[in-house]
Design a protein around this ligand. Structure first.
Ligand SMILES: [Zn+2]
Length: 208
């Protein structure tokens, strides 16, 4: 599996470009900004973007989605529980002093246990409400890899003090769904360095 991670935008959101070497089909996760850099990676590997997945509707994760869709024609997939947040992108932009990206159109809602595919690559959607009501993670079981959005970080968890956040829900999502994954699972958080489920199970202060 081709997997490149690019920290995009002023908040350095980890955008993942995941592709299959054989069919060259790809999934882009959280294209928050810097779409020309994302497209350079897509072209470098001769990939065709089939799906654009948004882990949650915060501007730093979704801000470049429409631009990427215009260029690639790939659909934008997001959990429907974040539609309300998506309508507040202008408010989110104002909080952060950023330029609003304009209207983001959703092609399909992703629900828990849905599959996202590109060639033979298959990821399962894990609905992990807490950071936002519609937060999802993408789990690639064959590659033992989890794209965690802002639900789980190395040594920390997503903040729950923003609109739609709920501390009890994120703790339940982490314990019931993410800690159920094998220790070897490599975690790609929405920001910052990679980790594993095992390392977080062992030492993350929020998971004790
Ligand atoms: Zn977020």
């Amino acid at each position: 599996m081709i997997h490149e991670i690019l920290a995009v935008g002023p908040l350095q959101c980890n955008c993942s470009i995941v592709g299959d070497e054989g069919t060259h089909e790809a999934i882009v996760i959280d294209p928050g900004d810097d779409i020309s850099d994302v497209l350079s990676i897509v072209q470098k590997h001769n990939l065709t973007v089939k799906q654009i997945v948004i882990t949650h509707a915060h501007i730093d994760h979704v801000g470049g989605a429409m631009k990427l869709r215009e260029t690639t024609g790939a659909p934008i997939l997001i959990n429907e529980n974040d539609y309300a947040l998506l309508k507040m992108l202008d408010v989110q932009a104002a909080w952060l002093g950023m330029t609003a990206p304009g209207y983001v159109e959703i092609d399909h809602s992703l629900a828990d246990a849905d599959k996202v595919v590109a060639g033979p690559l298959t990821a399962s959607v894990i609905h992990t409400p807490g950071h936002t009501e519609g937060s999802i993670c993408l789990y690639f079981p064959a590659q033992q890899k989890l794209i965690a959005g802002d639900t789980l970080f190395a040594g920390s968890i997503g903040r729950t003090d923003l609109p739609g956040g709920n501390f009890n829900k994120i703790i339940r999502s982490l314990h019931d769904k993410l800690l159920a994954l094998p220790d070897e699972t490599v975690v790609v958080p929405g920001h910052g360095p990679l980790t594993t489920i095992g390392a977080e199970r062992e030492s993350n202060p929020f998971l004790k």
